[in-house]
Design a binder for this molecule. Structure first.
Ligand SMILES: [Zn+2]
Length: 136
């Protein structure tokens, strides 16, 4: 399981999703089996285009491990027409609003103390400046 996550790290960071050759739908993250029709005729597809927040929910009740980051804001993010559910970061519940422009960032989520492996996940934060002026 650990090695599987490790292999997928690259895909997670580059926002590589899947395109199903049977039904034509695109989804994320990458899976060898289409989540819509079950077909295994799936190829990798890079998600491109602007990321925009469609809707969100604020989760106050999280596991003990993640307590220090509560509340967690889960967003439905539209990336060039593909809907992705992801955690938002660098934004407070008071600042978040549907329609805002987002950008993906790779964030450490957990550290496995025994193996020293660090798990990463893509989160989304508000895009700064709007036209790539950069940030922190
Ligand atoms: Zn399909």
């Amino acid at each position: 399981m650990i090695t599987r996550h490790w292999r997928r790290r690259h895909n997670l960071y580059k926002l590589v999703g899947s395109r199903c050759r049977s039904c034509g739908r695109v989804f994320y993250p990458y899976s060898q089996r289409c989540i819509y029709c079950g077909s295994r005729e799936v190829e990798q597809a890079r998600l491109e285009g602007d990321a925009r927040l469609v809707s969100y929910s604020i989760v106050y009740s999280v596991s003990d491990e993640a307590k220090y980051e509560a509340p967690v804001i889960l967003g439905m993010v539209d990336i060039g027409g593909v809907k992705v559910i992801a955690e938002l970061t660098d934004v407070s519940p008071g600042e978040v609003e549907a329609g805002m422009s987002l950008e993906p960032v790779l964030r450490r989520v957990t550290v496995n103390g025994e193996s020293g492996l660090i798990y990463y996940a893509v989160k989304f934060r508000p895009r700064l400046g709007g036209s790539g002026s950069g940030g922190d």
